[in-house]
Design a protein. Structure first.
Length: 531
């Protein structure tokens, strides 16, 4: 490392430390926002810099300034395993990992001749074509870019462009510097960069102002949507020092649950649109059926005729099935979604509680599973320390999440008991044992089996008219029948699982409210015919 350090001036090193310190301040802001845990942030010095990291970094022919920067940057450890996104949907980079170094040499997949100059580096990874932070050590500039949008995601640059358009001065923002250096596409991009210290300070400010919020990429999915978290940050006092992290996180669990129960409640509306979409497909137009009928008339052998008849029958049958499904879905919408609203406001607290109770079940199970895995890993001396560290972090994350979900569950339950003292909450025992509403699950199993068996019976009856010599058509029909019969395997296994678990539960705790209804559904599945 001494060779690298000696190649840099004091001014260069000061600039690089400004970048590392600025990035650390952003990470610490995300800790304050209850997005990161402080223990997940690794800080220099790193043990294997000279023995492993510098040789690896040199293999990429990086400029000494970039190598030095990598050695002093803070890193969020195992961010992928922890499901964490970074700025504007990008992802955290850990340049102690060769994969991240390689990926960030050309994040935009420009032609090889336009790959990143050795004096430049990304400070984050792109994720699924989302935001990436680029740093030019030669000019001490940072640019914020993405592949899917306006390329430049820097609000300051965007505002300057808007002002120029509004003033009629032209569409394009003037380049911030001009020189004759040929640094390819990345060099052109970075001409829209700004002073690195200013950009990093602005990024922190955007988080403080909630112009940016944590998450937003494919790893966090919908769990950290800005529309969910921004009002909760404001509610709990962000960015004041008394911002209540625990209350924020518990409310976030409930907000996610409420969003999901509303989404699931609107399933009848989506079904109607889905079936309408299928029926509007070109394959269901009258001319397509005429083509199939023409094939029957053109058939020269029994084989050709019955294969064509089977093709026509299958398409007609699928269309009839979709029409029936659409009719049922429209009836369901009339019953459950009058006026397009699929829930009653007074029912939402109970719906939310059921979902949070399910989350509580899985949060407990995650902790148990990760404890067991960590114990098993510790029993094997050959397991690398890094793998143990990763599992310890995953267990810590699971324990942290369990505490949050428990708080949300208790608050949600207390609210339901206050609003609906007349309700029995016996369903919580079932959710706490199984993690699902067993009655609803078994009813779906019954509906699935009935549907599969009914369709298999219909095809069996149609097969009876097919001549024995039409072997190809008979084989196609028999395969379709077998597929429908196979479709009953999973719900029947589901029945066996729940019956076994309920017997164990009764042996441990005795009978419980609602068990008779569940057993009735289990018997219904057992008695369903098999064609």
């Amino acid at each position: 490392m001494e060779e690298i350090t000696s190649a840099l001036s004091s001014a260069q090193k000061a600039q690089l430390h400004q970048v590392a310190d600025g990035l650390l301040e952003i990470y610490q802001t995300l800790v304050r926002m209850a997005y990161l845990d402080a223990s997940w942030i690794a800080r220099p010095p790193y043990q294997d810099v000279d023995s492993r990291l510098v040789p690896m970094w040199k293999s990429f022919k990086l400029d000494p300034a970039v190598i030095y920067l990598y050695s002093i940057l803070p890193y969020v450890e195992n961010s992928g395993d922890l499901g964490l996104d970074f700025f504007q949907g990008g992802q955290f980079a850990d340049f102690r990992c060769q994969r991240d170094v390689a990926a960030n040499r050309n994040p935009f997949y420009f032609p090889e001749e336009d790959s990143m100059p050795p004096t430049m580096t990304a400070l984050s990874t792109m994720g699924n074509h989302e935001g990436v932070i680029l740093y030019d050590s030669k000019r001490h500039r940072i640019g914020l870019f993405d592949q899917m949008g306006d390329w430049n995601n820097d609000y300051v640059v965007s505002e300057e462009r808007r002002k120029r358009r509004d003033s009629g001065s032209g569409r394009e923002q003037p380049k911030r510097y001009e020189d004759d250096a040929d640094e390819g596409e990345y060099g052109e991009l970075m001409k829209d960069g700004r002073d690195a210290g200013e950009v990093l300070r602005d990024m922190k400010k955007w988080y403080l102002e909630l112009r940016e919020t944590p998450g937003g990429g494919e790893l966090t999915g919908n769990d950290w949507l800005k529309e969910l978290v921004k009002p909760l940050y404001e509610k709990h006092g962000w960015p004041r020092e008394d911002f209540d992290q625990d209350a924020f996180l518990a409310d976030l669990v409930r907000a996610r649950a409420l969003r999901k129960v509303k989404y699931f409640a609107e399933e009848p509306l989506r079904k109607v649109e889905c079936y309408k979409g299928w029926l509007a497909m070109p394959s269901y137009e009258d001319k397509e059926f005429e083509k199939l009928r023409a094939k029957i008339g053109e058939a020269k052998t029994v084989q050709e005729e019955w294969v064509a008849r089977w093709g026509l029958y299958s398409k007609e049958r699928n269309k009839r099935s979709n029409e029936k499904d659409l009719e049922r879905a429209e009836e369901q919408v009339k019953a459950e979604c009058p006026g397009g609203k699929c829930w009653k406001d007074e029912d939402l607290p109970v719906m939310e509680l059921k979902h949070v109770a399910t989350e509580y079940f899985y949060a407990q199970r995650r902790v148990r599973d990760r404890e067991a895995r960590l114990t098993a890993m510790k029993a094997h001396q050959a397991v690398p320390k890094q793998m143990l560290r990763q599992m310890e972090m995953q267990l810590g994350q699971a324990e942290r999440q369990l505490a949050v979900v428990r708080k949300a569950y208790e608050a949600c339950k207390a609210e339901v008991e206050r609003l609906h003292p007349e309700l029995s909450l016996s369903f919580l025992r079932v959710l706490g044992r199984f993690g699902v509403d067993v009655k609803s699950t078994l009813q779906r199993d019954i509906d699935t089996i009935n549907d599969m068996e009914s369709q298999a019976k219909e095809l069996q009856e149609w097969l009876a008219q097919v001549p024995d010599e039409a072997t190809e058509a008979r084989q196609l029909i028999q395969e379709a029948i077998a597929d429908f019969k196979k479709g009953t395997d999973f719900p029947r296994r589901s029945k066996d699982y729940y019956e076994g678990e309920m017997r164990k539960w009764e042996a441990e705790e005795g009978e419980y409210e609602g068990s008779s209804e569940i057993y009735e559904l289990l018997r219904a599945i057992e008695n369903l015919a098999s064609y």
